[in-house]
Design a protein around this ligand. Structure first.
Ligand code: NAD
Ligand code: ZN
Length: 359
């Protein structure tokens, strides 16, 4: 069974490419109620980026805080209801920010045309109707959310994406100058999401040449950004990191993520830990599964003088650990990829618990 993946329809790349947004939106503005919704990470409130947006009088501009909890189903439902009751169906939605804003934009575009709560669409191909036109403009690189076919949301019972062909952005704008202001720790944690995507996609049962081609290039770019001579946060490396994120996203789309992501989903669900830092905390302890990847990851941590939290499990209750294992255990597709079809014969809940206790 091979993957038949819908990729982003249009992509513009390059420093200053944000300036193309007005022209890109022009031909789409006649759709529906002829206005655009701009969803922007509230870090940019009062910043130069907002002055550059091609806002027209009828457009809607919403600043969204992305520094707390990860996007929630209730947040999307509320936003969708508010947009529809204020101005009706927009011509399009433009998301500007990190993985959180990418997911919020993708989910909102879908939920504008699908009735009920986004909770009922968490899963694969549950969305009934195509959403409105949507554009993604990442301002922090690593998650690959700009290219993926999922909009990850935390709901009342699970953290799971709205995943279907229509989720994928119609247009993305990759302007490396937008990531220059990312704080150092976020630059590292989010960039490492790409590194981990590639290591996991290239070391499981589903690995294949197509996925590996993207993975090798993405890993090479990650090494230039975080490890080799000339590494560090600067304009040249920002260009590389933005491409690494995109390629890493394609690598995992054509394969699958593995042990780190399975454990990470459990941790995010129970403690609300943010995806990228949770991945770093977990990957740091996964030598048994990814010996070379973890060794190199640790070198990058040292080289960039980044603190990866540890010694956390001492404060966790038995019930919290059990809940994490439940969430993690349910990610069958990741375990099949990482361990094999017969993963339930090879893995026990106790082994997962032992991994969590290393954190
Ligand atoms: P984020 O959107 O969570 O933002 C992290 C922080 O960086 C925020 O405080 C934000 O305000 C700040 N920030 C963003 N751009 C900035 C800039 N240019 N300058 C200064 N600060 C900036 O970042 P993320 O790590 O990219 O995304 C994490 C989210 O992505 C999680 O919710 C996770 O579930 C999701 N995710 C989605 C996918 C997918 O395929 N859809 C994949 C992985 C992760
Ligand atoms: Zn990830």
């Amino acid at each position: 069974m091979f993957k038949n993946f819908k990729s982003v329809s249009k992509c513009v790349y390059g420093i200053g490419s944000l300036n193309d947004l007005g022209k890109i939106l022009e031909e789409k503005r006649q759709e529906n109620n002829q206005y655009m919704v701009f969803l922007v990470d509230d870090y940019f409130k009062g910043k130069e980026l907002v002055d550059k947006l091609p806002l027209q009088p009828n457009d809607m501009l919403e600043f969204i805080y992305a520094g707390g909890d990860e996007p929630k189903t209730s947040q999307i439902d509320e936003l969708r209801d508010r947009i529809l009751s204020t101005k009706g169906l927009p011509a399009g939605v433009i998301g500007i920010g990190g993985g959180s804003l990418m997911d919020i934009a993708k989910a909102t575009a879908l939920m504008l045309t699908n009735e009920g709560s986004s909770v009922q669409y968490q899963g694969l191909n549950l969305i009934k109707k195509e959403g409105v036109y949507h554009v993604g403009i990442p301002t922090i690189s690593g998650t690959g959310a700009e290219v993926s076919m999922t909009a990850v949301l935390t709901g009342p019972t699970k953290k799971l994406g709205l995943k279907c062909d229509w989720t994928v952005f119609d247009q993305i704008i990759l302007d490396p100058s937008l990531i220059a202001s990312v704080p150092r720790n976020d630059w590292f944690y989010t960039g490492m999401d790409t590194y981990i995507h590639c290591i996991e996609s290239m070391t499981g049962r589903l690995k294949n040449t197509f996925s590996e081609a993207y993975g090798y290039k993405s890993l090479e770019l990650c090494r230039e950004v975080y490890l080799y001579e000339g590494c560090g946060q600067n304009a040249t490396n920002d260009e590389k990191l933005m491409v690494a994120s995109y390629f890493g996203g394609l690598s995992l789309t054509y394969s699958e993520v593995g042990v780190c992501h399975a454990l990470s989903y459990g941790m995010s669900y129970v403690f609300g830990s943010r995806h990228c830092i949770a991945n770093c905390i977990i990957f740091n302890q996964l030598e048994d599964y990814y010996p070379e990847g973890v060794k190199e990851f640790k070198e990058m941590v040292r080289k960039n003088n980044i603190h990866i939290p540890s010694n956390l499990s001492k404060d966790w209750t038995e019930a919290e650990i059990e809940k994490m294992i439940d969430i993690c255990w349910a990610l069958t597709h990741m375990w099949k990829h990482a361990i094999g079809e017969d993963w339930e014969q090879k893995l026990t809940r106790q082994q997962i618990k032992d991994l969590y206790l290393r954190m």
